[in-house]
Write a protein of this length. Structure first.
Length: 150
């Protein structure tokens, strides 16, 4: 947290900036194929905030509906993927419409947010090995999850 007790971040070109009044309530890796494609990487890495503590302070994202239940937000100028929002009201018995997930790398100080788990490890790339001892979850198409042993 910076001197204002806010977490801040933004896109690569700084056309979009955001801040959050509180630390994220969750953070973790997503190994799903959508995140792999959207981020051009082996996984997505997110910090989740309650929407009432998060706001854009400059610019706004363009959105893309990446699945029946999620839209991604990105900067139309530099292409940075910044947000993930749920557009379905209830998934896995969790109210997710009140949440926004921010790409962890877009934070000004991502080193201050520690991931807490891995999701969609059933689609994790086989050559990727992250031995961090964090809980790992497999996920099916209907968003059911179950934890697996590390």
């Amino acid at each position: 947290m910076n001197s204002d007790n806010k977490l801040t971040g933004g896109c690569l070109c700084s056309a979009i900036r955001y801040e959050a009044d509180e630390p994220p309530f969750w953070s973790g890796y997503c190994h799903c194929r959508t995140c792999q494609r959207a981020y051009g990487s082996a996984f997505g890495l997110f910090a989740n905030f309650h929407q009432d503590v998060f706001r854009f302070t400059r610019g706004s994202t363009k959105t893309y509906k990446s699945s029946p239940w999620v839209e991604l937000g990105f900067c139309e100028n530099c292409g940075s993927t910044l947000t993930m929002r749920y557009i379905e009201p209830l998934i896995r018995n969790v109210r997710r419409l009140e949440q926004i997930a921010i790409s962890l790398g877009s934070l000004d100080h991502p080193e201050n947010v520690q991931p807490t788990e891995h999701g969609y490890v059933d689609t994790q790339l086989p050559w990727l090995s992250i031995e961090d001892g964090l809980p790992r979850h497999v996920t099916t198409d209907d968003i059911e999850t179950r934890e697996i042993d590390n």
